[in-house]
Structures are given as structure tokens and as C-alpha cells.
Design a protein around this ligand. Structure first.
Ligand SMILES: C[S@@+](CC[C@H](N)C(=O)[O-])C[C@H]1O[C@@H](n2cnc3c(N)ncnc32)[C@H](O)[C@@H]1O
Length: 339
């Protein structure tokens, strides 16, 4: 038996855990962005980002050993591996920035008493929007094309950093958009992005939960409402009766509304689909997180029967582009009030 070989294999998850967390720091501290703009020495990097020089040197040395940066004649640069990770940094923002504290609390929460693990909701919302750029936003746009009226006023409930709204307003010049989001951090990030895109006159973000928003007096007349990965949050907070009541309240207030819901089909117990590469890399940790935080993922069949109970009909349903996600675990529904 070769103990050293076994040990290397046994420690691989620890190596990957350290790497995932450090890559996320690499993104969050701005070091990645700075090196993306051009190679740089340690003094310039630490001064321009206001980071402690010796410790930054330690992090960069670690990343060099993992082939994330190169270090030549005192100058650091991104490697191809770093650029690949950089394209998918939103997954790090959500799963590492948003949920590392959740993973750490799993053992404590297993002991019961119904204790929920915490998460960084702002980073979850921001990361989720970045992921949606690849999957849920194009899917929502395809569903919008199936609506009975052209979209003029869009309301995005649980809008995160408002990336949906920005992307839609950029491609649809006639559109005005409103977002509702309870996380203050995500709202601040939304305001920065909207201003940077010069869209402050067309997009407004309201810092409220959907319930407070619906109970308020906001006089909007949306023709389309988007709920991207939000119904399972409301399900965790208010239970099934709460979601049905919420959907009925929405359609009573806006009877002609086109409702676009994006949800993830809970197939964690389906061994065939869970062998898929993206299911192992993304959906398996994603399903785990939802067992321990105050949100509940359900199956496609369960959601379909809930829509029925809430007086809604499914006008259309669709999946993300196969080239991005071929699992069909993410589903978009275009819904309307029956009758
Ligand atoms: C997984 S993120 C989805 C963000 C974005 N809609 C997307 O599709 O990428 C869930 C969002 O719902 C928000 N949220 C949670 N509970 C909510 C509630 N009761 N009312 C409104 N938004 C809520 C969270 O703050 C978070 O931004």
C-alpha cells in the first residue's frame, strides 16, 4: 500500500476547498480585475488596492502554485486558468461568497431544533443574477416572446442586483422596469449598476420584501412580472399556503399579468440525472444548501400542481440553452390567470 498516494487522494477535497475560497477572495478583493487590466508588481498591487503587502504576497504565492497567476521577474499576471475561472466568477460569488457560512453550519444544524443556517443574502442575490446572465435571462427572454402583449412595464420581484432589468432595458428600448429586493446590499449594488449603465430614468429598485411591496400603495401597471428563483424563497418563509395566497394576491391586483417563474426542479434523489457533470459540479451543492437554509426546492410536478391550485395556467415552459445547461433541471414557466 502506498500511503503517500492515498494521502494525496484523501486530501484532494481540502485542496479544492482552499482553492475555491482563495479564488473567491482573488475576485472579491479586486486583485483579479487589476491583473486583468495588465500585469503588475506586488508594490503597485498592494498600494492601489490598499491590501497588506506581505499577506498579498502570500496569497499570490499560493495562487501561483495552483497555476492561477504567473510570477516572472517580480511581475504577476493572470494565467489562462485564471481567465477561465474569471468568466464564471458569479458561481463563486453565490456558492462561496454567499454560502460558505452555510456549509460551515451544516453540522450544528443537523442537531435539530429547526435551526436554519445563515447565508450572505446580498451575495446570493448578486451571484445568482450573474449566473442568470448565462441561463435564466435568455430563458426569460424566450418566454417573454411568447406573451400575448409586448412587454412595456416589467416588475422583477426579488431582483438581486437588478441585472435582469438592466439586460432587458438594454435590448428593449420601449421597456420601463421596476425591481423589488429586500437585501440592502443587493439594492446598493443594483443602484450602482443601473447608474453606470445610464438607465436610472428607466429602472427603479424598491428595497422591500414582496409582501411589503404588495401591501404598499405603489401605483405600477406591469404587464409582465418575473420571479427568478424567488418562489422557493417565499415557500421557505411562508409555506405552501403562503405561496398560493401570494400568487392569488398578485393576480387579483394585476389580472392580465404575464407571470414568468424560474425554478429548479428538485431531482436530488434521482441518481441518473445526478451523474451529469453539471449536476455534480453545481446542482448537488445547490440542493444541499436548500436543505439547511430557509428556502424549499420542489419538483416540477409539485410546482405544476401548485399553479393549478393558485388558479394559474401554464402558457409555455422552457429550459436554458442546451449549450449552457443540458440537465433540464432549471425550468421557466410562463403563467396567466385562468378564465
Ligand atoms: C436566488 S436569488 C435570485 C435573484 C434573481 N432574481 C435571479 O434570478 O438571479 C433570490 C432573491 O430573492 C430575494 N428574496 C428572498 N425573499 C424575498 C421576499 N420575501 N421578497 C422579495 N425578494 C426576496 C433574495 O434577497 C434574493 O435576491
Amino acid at each position: 500500500m502506498n500511503i503517500e498516494q492515498d494521502l494525496v487522494a484523501a486530501l484532494e477535497p481540502i485542496r479544492q476547498m482552499t482553492l475555491a475560497i482563495c479564488v473567491n477572495h482573488f475576485f472579491e478583493t479586486g486583485v483579479y480585475r487589476k491583473l486583468e487590466a495588465g500585469e503588475c508588481d506586488l508594490d503597485t498591487l498592494s498600494r492601489s488596492l490598499d491590501l497588506e503587502r506581505a499577506r498579498l504576497g502570500g496569497l499570490l504565492g499560493y495562487l501561483r502554485n495552483e497555476n492561477i497567476v504567473s510570477h516572472d521577474k517580480g511581475v504577476y499576471a493572470l494565467t489562462d486558468k485564471a481567465r477561465l475561472l474569471g468568466r464564471y466568477s458569479a458561481w463563486y460569488t453565490m456558492l462561496v461568497g454567499g454560502y460558505t457560512e452555510t456549509f460551515v453550519q451544516v453540522g450544528e444544524c443537523l442537531k435539530g431544533q429547526g435551526k436554519w443556517a445563515t447565508r450572505d443574502v446580498g451575495k446570493v442575490g448578486i451571484g445568482s443574477c450573474g449566473i442568470s446572465h448565462y441561463d435564466a435571462i435568455p430563458l426569460t427572454q424566450r418566454l417573454m416572446a411568447k406573451m400575448d402583449t409586448p412587454a412595456r412595464t416589467l416588475l422583477d420581484l426579488g431582483c438581486g442586483n437588478a441585472m435582469y432589468l438592466v439586460e432587458f432595458c438594454k435590448t428593449m428600448p420601449q421597456l420601463r422596469a421596476y425591481g423589488v429586493e429586500p437585501s440592502r446590499d443587493a439594492c446598493l449594488s443594483a443602484e450602482r449598476i443601473i447608474a453606470a449603465e445610464g438607465l436610472s430614468d428607466r429602472i427603479k429598485v424598491i428595497n422591500k420584501s414582496v409582501r411589503d411591496f404588495l401591501e404598499g400603495k405603489e401605483d405600477l401597471k406591469p404587464d409582465v412580472m418575473v420571479l427568478g428563483f424567488v418562489l422557493h424563497e417565499i415557500l421557505g418563509q411562508e409555506g405552501k399556503a403562503g405561496v398560493i395566497d401570494f400568487l392569488k394576491t398578485v393576480t387579483a391586483r394585476y389580472p392580465a399579468i404575464n407571470l414568468i417563474v424560474i425554478e429548479v426542479d428538485n431531482q436530488a434523489a434521482n441518481p441518473t440525472i445526478m451523474e451529469h457533470g453539471l449536476a455534480k459540479a453545481y446542482y448537488n451543492p445547490y440542493y444541499l444548501i436548500h436543505e439547511f437554509t430557509e428556502q424549499r426546492l420542489m419538483t416540477d410536478a409539485w410546482w405544476q400542481s401548485l399553479y393549478e391550485e393558485a388558479g394559474l395556467k401554464i402558457v409555455n415552459h422552457d429550459y436554458p440553452d442546451e449549450a449552457v445547461d443540458s440537465t433540464r433541471l432549471e425550468i421557466g414557466y410562463l403563467l396567466k390567470r385562468r378564465g
